[in-house]
Design a protein around this ligand. Sequence first.
Ligand SMILES: *Cc1c(COP(=O)(O)O)cnc(C)c1O
Length: 396
Amino acid sequence: MQKDPSTKIFDLLQFGEYGDVNPSVCDSATFTFMQAKTMMDTFHGEAEGCFLYSRHWNPSNKYLADALAAMEGTESAWVTASGMAAITCSILQICNSGDHIVCSLTTYGGTFAFLFNYVKKFNIDVTFVDITNLDLVKQAIRPNTRMIYTESMTNPLLQISDIPALAKISDDHHIKLVVDNTFTPMIVAPYQLGAHIVVYSMTKFINGKNDCVAGAICASHEFINALSDVNAGTAMLLGPALDPLRSSSILKNMHTLHIRMKQHSTNAMYLAVKFKEYGIKINYPGLPENKGHKTLKGMMNPEFGFGGLIAIDMVTAERAAKLMEIMEKSGVGYLAVSLGYFKTLFSNSGKSTSSEVPEEIQREMGLSEGLVRFSVGLDNDIENTWQKIQSCLSQM
Ligand SMILES: *Cc1c(COP(=O)(O)O)cnc(C)c1O
């Protein structure tokens, strides 16, 4: 039987040189060699187990990367100083000047801004499509297309990408499928479903503490080696290495990820049903009538649920603002961007994390100006949380 992702992490024997159960933090930028030749071999990537310089590899980063690779079922992984670093390095590692990318129209605001504004300077073209319309995806592919880029569950509309179908399209055209799995770690395993590269903002669920920004790239040995190559690797040369002290704390938090994902999902499902019964327009892929429900059900690891994100439509930005302010005062959670925190966070996507997306494109993708996205927290008494939310709604 296939092991679940959390068991794969638990099965790793990662301990320090003194038997310390949490691997020692390797607090060094550089590493010494007893023989000059070993240093030379390490530079050429020929000295197994040797570390050279922490922008390239650091043992603490390697422990975390190994845990991520185990979770995803990839051969390798590389950890970055932010989710955006993971995304931009993966894209720039694959694409050259003159290349073309097909990207989901609904993506994280920073990714959208990078692909909409920034890659122009490299003469890289991007076509944004409704990623759930596979015909549009196929039609968008050109001779110079190098990748399809999407999110398993897209931000902020919570659309579900059909990863096996997109992988088939990619393979048919000999191009890469890059998937951002930030919203659904453990729930979806994009690499197992045929994606070539999986990227994460570990800032969110994986770390789950909102005490740092960090990211990860999970892929084949070949890709990670190319990415970290001393002479030509995008990650090595642009240099967004994660601080090993952080790697060490994220690794410890990863060991509770499976429990947290289950609780986030259970609470999100509870609130989604309550909002629906209350008569508020609710978007949650866990509800059977949701557009992405069937696709997600066909891909997911069911024991972790449908994820911790829900979105409600308050119709106008003013009503959204008022509700969020009342909810914050009532202790429902915080009016803040980001997600995957142990407390509930809510924000109006159109006016915050998706404000990089021009308003006409927001309308085109069906993003209501009154959309309030909730990252539902780990509340032990979610019924009580709903009572608070209901009282906030009655004050509207
Ligand atoms: C937050 C986020 C990012 C960016 O990650 P940072 O760690 O903030 O750089 C990318 N993709 C998604 C889906 C996100 O939610």
